[in-house]
Write a protein that binds this ligand. Sequence first.
Ligand code: AFP
Length: 332
Amino acid sequence: MSRITLTRYLIERQHAGRIDAALRLLIEVVARACKEIAIAVGKGALGQVLGEAGRENVQGEAQKKLDVLANEILLEANEWGGHLAALVSEELATPHTIPNRYPKGEYLLVFDPLDGSSNIDVNVSVGTIFSVLRLPPGCSDPTPDCFLQPGRQQVAAGYAVYGPSTLLVLTVGEGVAVFTLDREVGSFVLTRERLSIPESTSEFAINMSNMRYWEPPVRRYIEELLAGKEGPRGRDFNMRWVASMVADVHRILCRGGIFLYPLDEKTRAKGGRLRLLYEANPMAMIVEQAGGLASTGRERILDVLPKDLHQRVPVILGSREEVERVEALHRA
Ligand code: AFP
C-alpha cells in the first residue's frame, strides 16, 4: 500500500472540501512543532531538558523545563503563517496574540503543550493536546471571550503521544486517523484510519487514591467493577492508570476502556481536575468521532459552555456502554 503522509491526507481533505487551505496549514504547522517536541523529549537527560523550570504556570503548577520548551515551540511555530488570530495555552494566563508584523487568520488554536509532564522525569509517555476553533464574527481583536465556545464548535482536534513511537491522532470531523512518525524520513505516515472504540470493555482508568473523595455515583460504579464476576457486572475488570491523559485515552481509543477523572471533594472548588478547553474538549471530540462518549457525568462535555479559559470539568469518556452506565448512576 502506498504510504499516505499527513500532507497527502490533508490535501485530499482540502480537495474534498472538508477543510480549507488555512486549516491544512495550521494542522501541518502543529504537526511539525510536535516533531520538534518529540526530538526534545526523546533526548531526555542528554538534552539538559529534564527537571523543573523553577517557576509556576497560571494553574499554580510547577513548570517542567519541557513544559516551557514545548510551549515556546508551539507559539513560535504558529505566529507567522497567517492562519491564526490568537492562541491559548495551558501555560499562559491570557491569549497569545499574533504579532502585528505577521498576517492574522480566521482560526483559534488552544493547546496543552506537554500533558502528563509530571511523568517526564521518569520516562513515561507524555503528549501534546490541541483544539481548533473558528474566530467568531466580531472578534477581530481576539479577547478571552472569543475562545469561550462549546466544544461542539471545534473544527479539528488532536494529540501527539511521545511514547515508544511518536503518534499524531487527528480528527477534522470525519472520523479519527492515526499517523506514526517515520523518524528516518521525518514525516507522519497514516497507520490507522477511522478508529472505532469498542462499545463494551472490561478495563477502567481512574486514580484510585481519590476513592474516599468521590461522589456516590462514581463510588458505586467503581465498586461494581471491583466486585467482578461475583458482582452485578458478572465479569472481572482490569485497571490501568498512566496519569498521562494522552496515554490513557490513546489506549482506550485502540482497545476500549473507560477513563474517569470525576469531580471529587478535593477538586470540587475548582470544578474538577482536567481543563475543559485544551484537555476535555479535544479528547471528547476525538472519542465521539471514534464512536465513544464523553461526559461530565451529568452532561455531554462538548455541550459545556465555557466560562473561563482555564475552566476545569469532570471527565468520564470512552466505551459507550460504560459511560452510559456512569451517567445513569448520576441520574438515579
Ligand atoms: P500533569 O500534566 O501535571 O502531569 O497532569 C497530567 C493530568 O493533567 C492528566 O494528563 C492526567 O490524566 C492527570 O493529570 C493525572 O492526575 P493525577 O496525577 O491526579 O493522577
